[in-house]
Design a binder for this molecule. Sequence first.
Ligand code: PLP
Length: 433
Amino acid sequence: MLPAARPEKAPDLPRQPCGRLSNLWRGCSAPARLLSRSTVGASCVGAVASSQKSHKLEGMTDSHDHTKVLTEVDIDRYDPEARKWLTGAIRAVKSDANRSSDTHLLHVPLPSDWGIDLYLKDESSHPTGSLKHRLARSLFLHALCNGWIRPGRPVVEASSGSTAVSEAYFAQLIGVPFIAVMARSTSAQKIALIEFYGGTCHFVDNANEVYEVAADLAAESGGHYMDQFTYAERATDWRGNNNIAESIFDQMSSETHPEPSWIIATAGTGGTSATLARYVRYTGRATGICVADPDNSAFFAGWRDHDPSATTDQGSRIEGIGRQRVEASFIPSSIDRMMHVPDAAAIASIQLLETLMGRRAGASTGTGLWAAFRIVSQMKAAGQTGSLVALICDPGERYLDKYYSQDWLTEAGIDTVPFRERLADFMTSGRLD
Ligand SMILES: Cc1ncc(COP(=O)(O)O)c(C=O)c1O
């Protein structure tokens, strides 16, 4: 039975996998951290890292009496070498962002007399090819500023592939080793990209093992478990700072309907939908946030039933999205609407995307696209005009041997034909029931 991701919400303290030290105390020995958190006792001084300076002040004692409360203690852990490295690492990550341009907002050619504009935020145009580039940058900055990443120590991540590709890139940028823990079924193209950026892949047979194996590997190597599924929602600056939401609204500002009726996202960690949802509320927009969810994902049932312990028996076939448990970074109360999208409908949608725009995208894009087409159809039926925004999450070239392979589809028992017929009808009638 899969453990629930969030039996109860503990927002500030990370989970402590396998009884290991949490990230919060990385770099401290256990006795040191206990003592330094409470009123510090003298024995702490001997337990902390050798680089730190301690100053014995009035009232201090050499005894190891932990119960003795001292009036004044000064422990200095400032490490100029470590700070210098950190400053360089943060500058490298920020410079990368400075050199990058914004991602495009593409207009999908629907019949103009419908009066409904559909846009796609093309996140595949990031340097590492997916919307995970934003997340990886945020996670690295968050972890660096927290002091969780240290020179020479590996960063370890549990991933379905896209995040690992982007994190391998940032790890290489700052010169630390990177280990991706992934299901053996991860696409060959993603594995090749992780290795291209100098990362190492560690495979598990059961996708549910990724969390624990990653935490163990980090603990054993003295590295840092990035834990995107916990930290995605809080590492990103949701108020702005050119996050995906701010960028979308800036790019929409000169359009016929600048405030989209809906933004449609999908959920892997839930971080993207959380950022979008918080931003629209924070900036006073009326835009609704819809999350499209594939087969075998726990997010839909968890949201529908207000049940954070929802799980599924099988993993998602749509790489990057759909989890077997409701991940901690998924914020259900921020989501206005969810739509379950069959995998075959998602793949039929990327086939239509290629016909309409000459672009290939991954099937998470197709999942959101099907939901967007459904909402367009409902708006048209209700006589509404307006705009919608969905996302191109990553490029289809990563999945040539999967979603773009008829052999793979046949073996997976996925028949896109009925959905393709419905989409062909949609493009002429505007109806997608
Ligand atoms: C290809 C792809 N699409 C969509 C998502 C969903 O993004 P988020 O993790 O922000 O929910 C992911 C996440 O891994 C992904 O890899």
